[in-house]
Design a protein around this ligand. Structure first.
Ligand code: ANZ
Ligand code: ZN
Length: 862
């Protein structure tokens, strides 16, 4: 007996794919290209279920497109720089490089075991000099064009990790890695001027129809464009003035005080020599320690200190006290806010706290606002009051009118402000791409000459205490002779780049991964780019995608690449989830530490009763993980893949369940059995090619089912990647074929069955490729199933016998008609009502009810 043995089959076909080189591709003019990409993994150790899901989804798309005749580029590599390698090196006493390369080897092996259709010749690891040298090269080009620059700025600083954190790496004031509080520190940093592209990146969000709306919305919000005005407020007894950015210039008559960010240079300057100076200095120091992103949160306690200085409201002449306030942010607008407490909640709270004046200037239609009794700011629309020549206008109109007035009087101008900040890329870390710059005591800052690239990260250095980078203290690395003047005490830049830089162009490098003359071969990159389908987690919806879009624009503007938008279509897959389990004594438990008894789950360690927690994302900390390695050993790659595809549509979360995997295996065994049973009968008989009319009813039903299944599976994959419903359709077809009697099968029956079996195998082949290859071969075909075209369906095969429907009026038979069995309920009802004979029986009486018994009758009650 020939049993389905995934282990031998999978090894066999993986070897075949490797030696035959089926997945190696090159630019083939005339053949439609399809660049399929899944977000490359960070080599953290071994693959987890999230990877399996992501890459299985991608693999099905890749194999499907290949069978549809596309020249499919499907590469894989490693996002190999970053902090976890350093953390692991510290806790396991290894080197980040050794740890990274070992992990890559282990994970590559696992990906190969899953049978993914990658062109492994294109594998890249971003920590290799062959890769990052071109990143250094680009950095210098950007520096020369003013796209990369250095400035002193406040950064989120994590003391335990000794590093600058991007805003998104700060979670509620804590470091995303170590969970310790983040403080503010001023450092010289390298930046990419992404803000120059803010408008471009924003407007083209609407030119990405292949992206989920939620992702483009997140990008737009991140870029955060605000339209408003800049207004100048003269400072009392001074030639200077403060400029504010406001989106509510209609409320300028209600501005009663001014708030400056504590970091604003005027804060210290204005208070100098005044009695307020000490309080101001203390306040500035205190806010410097507060998290800047937390300060921006609505509910953050508002605090401020009077600077001792005043400015003049240019429209009212009112004297406005100037405060330093923690809710005013240096990074937004001009770092100064004209405070209108009647109409802005933050200003309102601040005014109440410090007893400042409140003046209403926008009056709502339905009530009178009284500054003395107001309990919150009024942010809505209304009629202008207390606003001189603008009184009586709607505040909407005043927005324009005030802006125009300010512009005419030279007091301000219309302007826009973006939330997006320049991209700080300096990291005071070891395991990253060295920034290719030199600091010379005589010449200042200058780039490494191109001929000296790459600046290789020394892999024989070890981390210092607390994980600090050894680069600044490594003489062989840090000391350099100035390439311009020969000064021997020049120093290399010892900061490395944010790892988001590597992932902003790896998709370009895949097009010609071994190219040594540049970042990429122009011909190759212009042939393959843009990526036709990108697949990955929604956690990268903002930064990675935004940075990649930015880099693509930079490369385009530098004349290095044709395309300007890197990813035509984007699929963000859902998470893989499972409930957690815990017992009072041992806390969270791994699934294999729990036994499921009749009276409930018990802990294997202490036999205590187990609490079942929420279904949530699989994570090591909750121990609610399933290890793909174990799964593959137990069930094989195909069942593992099938489960991931069948359990949920890709964009939804997938909830793990053991029965689902068992069910997947059972289904494959069922198909296996079907083929085994029929193979002797269909041997040598070609698939049925005749017309449905020549078949008897049983075979015609099967024949139609085959074509319906082809249509359904094709549409489900093509339109929405809904593999779960596609698989269900094949399951139904298999069930239908099981019902066909084998005994005494005619050649015609055998031909139809061959068509059915081959179609099912081809339709399943992108999902369970090893399984499909093995069956395809057993059906007498030469390998590989990948060479077979995707099955196509025949329209005429889809026509069903019509079904006869009886029409009753008040329960009495009055007519009949025939319909397509797919017709929907409403259509059938209206056909019944439209029947000539039936209309006569109704005789214009009102219809009270229409009852439909599907496939049988319609009863009209009058
Ligand atoms: C006066 C005013 C009156 C404001 C009013 C709002 C309501 P968005 O829409 O997010 O762009 N603002 C400007 N610069 C700021 C800074 N550096 N730190 C903190 N707040 C700042 O927000 C624009 C509004 O945020 C601006 O409009 C300003 O307050 C404040 F009834 O000006 B508004
Ligand atoms: Zn020099």
């Amino acid at each position: 007996d020939e049993r389905y043995t995934p282990r031998t089959i999978e090894a066999k076909w993986q070897k075949y794919w490797e030696t035959s080189g089926v997945f190696k591709v090159s630019e083939t003019p005339g053949k439609p290209k399809y660049y399929l990409l899944e977000m490359f993994p960070y080599p953290s150790g071994k693959i987890h279920m999230g990877h399996v899901r992501n890459y299985t989804i991608g693999d099905v798309v890749g194999r499907y497109k290949r069978m549809r005749g596309f020249n499919v580029l499907h590469p894989m590599g490693w996002d190999a720089f970053g902090m976890p390698a350093e953390n692991a090196a510290i806790s396991n006493d290894t080197h980040p490089a050794a740890w990274t390369y070992d992990n890559i080897d282990a994970m590559r092996k696992q990906l190969k075991q899953l049978g993914f259709s990658y062109d492994w010749d294109r594998e890249i690891a971003t920590c290799r000099p062959e890769y990052y040298r071109w990143e250094q090269w680009l950095f210098i080009k950007m520096y020369e064009k003013g796209m990369a620059y250095r400035k002193e700025s406040f950064v989120n600083w994590c003391e335990p990790c000794q590093t600058v954190l991007a805003n998104e790496q700060v979670e509620a004031g804590m470091c995303w890695r170590c969970g310790k509080p983040v403080r503010q520190k001023k450092l010289w940093q390298w930046f990419f001027r992404i803000t120059d592209y803010a408008e471009d990146l924003l407007v083209h969000c609407d030119a990405l129809p292949g992206w989920p709306d939620k992702v483009t919305t997140m990008q737009k919000n991140w870029i955060g464009k605000s339209v408003g005005a800049e207004i100048r407020f003269p400072i009392e007894d001074s030639a200077e003035s403060v400029s504010v950015f406001t989106t509510r210039q209609d409320t300028v008559f209600g501005a009663t005080f001014m708030c400056l960010a504590p970091e604003h240079p005027l804060v210290v300057e204005l208070s100098r020599g005044k009695p307020e100076a000490d309080a101001i200095d203390a306040f500035v120091d205190k806010t410097a320690l507060q998290d800047r992103s937390a300060r921006a949160v609505e509910s953050y306690e508002k605090e401020g200190v009077f600077t001792g200085a005043y400015c003049i409201n240019p429209l009212t002449g009112r004297k406005m006290p100037i405060y330093a306030a923690n809710f005013a942010l240096m990074e937004y607008g001009t770092g100064a806010v004209m405070s209108v407490p009647a109409h802005d909640q933050r200003d309102f709270e601040f005014a109440r706290k410090y007893g400042l004046d409140i003046i209403v200037v926008v009056s709502p239609e339905d009530r009178e606002l009284d500054p003395a009794t107001m309990t919150e700011a009024y942010a809505g629309e209304g009629e202008m009051v207390n606003s001189g020549i603008f009184n009586g206008m709607s505040n909407r109109q005043a927005l324009d009118e005030v802006a125009a007035y300010l512009e005419r009087e030279g007091l301000g101008k219309k302007t826009v402000s973006f939330r997006l900040r320049d991209w700080g890329i300096s990291r005071q870390r070891y395991w990253g791409t060295p920034i290719p710059m030199i600091h010379c005591p005589t010449c200042g800052i200058l780039p490494v000459p191109e001929a000296d690239l790459p600046i290789i990260l020394p892999e024989d250095a070890s981390l210092l205490d607390g994980g600090r980078s050894p680069l600044p203290t490594l003489p062989e690395f840090a000391r350099v002779v100035c390439p311009a003047c020969g000064n021997t005490s020049a120093r290399r830049e010892t900061d490395t780049m944010d790892t988001f830089v590597e992932s902003s162009w790896y998709f370009d490098r895949y097009c010609s991964p071994r190219y040594e003359e540049g970042m990429f071969d122009r011909k190759a990159v212009d042939y393959w780019m843009p990526v036709d389908q990108y697949i990955g987690g929604v956690e990268h919806a903002i930064l990675h995608l935004l940075y990649s879009r930015y880099f693509t624009r930079v490369l385009n503007d530098l004349g290095l690449i044709d395309c300007r938008e890197p990813f035509t279509r984007l699929l963000t897959q859902g998470m893989v989830c499972k409930e957690s389990t815990s017992c009072p004594e041992h806390g969270y438990l791994f699934p294999d530490q729990v036994t499921w008894e009749a009276d409930g789950p018990r802990c294997k360690l202490c036999n205590g009763s187990v609490t079942v927690g929420r279904v949530e994302k699989m994570s090591k900390s909750k121990k609610n993980v399933i290890d793909p390695g174990t799964l593959m050993d137990q069930y094989g790659a195909d069942t593992t893949r099938l489960f991931c595809l069948f359990a949920a549509p890709p964009e939804r979360d997938l909830e793990w369940n053991d029965q689902g995997v068992e069910g997947g295996l059972r289904f494959l065994n069922r198909v296996w059995r079907l083929v085994l049973d029929w193979n002797p009968l269909i041997d040598g008989i070609p698939p049925y090619e005749g017309t449905p009319e020549d078949l008897d009813e049983e075979l015609r039903d099967i024949y139609r089912k085959i074509h319906e299944t082809i249509r359904k599976v094709t549409n489900d994959i093509e339109d929405r990647f809904h593999f779960n419903t596609a698989i269900s359709a094949v399951m139904e077809l298999v069930n239908a074929m099981y019902a066909v009697e084998r005994e005494g099968a005619s050649p015609r029956k055998a031909a139809v069955m061959r068509l059915g079996i081959e179609s099912a195998v081809l339709l399943l082949s992108p999902m369970v490729p090893h399984f499909a290859e093995e069956i395809w071969e057993s059906l007498g075909h030469q390998p590989s199933v990948l060479q077979a075209p995707w099955p196509s369906y025949r329209k005429n095969a889809l026509v069903r016998n019509e079904i006869l429907i009886v029409i009753q009026v008040n329960g009495k038979l009055r007519g009949k008609f025939s319909v397509d069995p797919e017709a929907d309920d409403d259509a059938i009802k209206s056909m019944a009502l439209a029947d000539e004979r039936v209309r006569r029986f109704i005789e214009g009486r009102p219809v009270r009810k229409v009852i439909l018994v599907r496939n049988k009758l319609v009863n009209i009650v009058v």
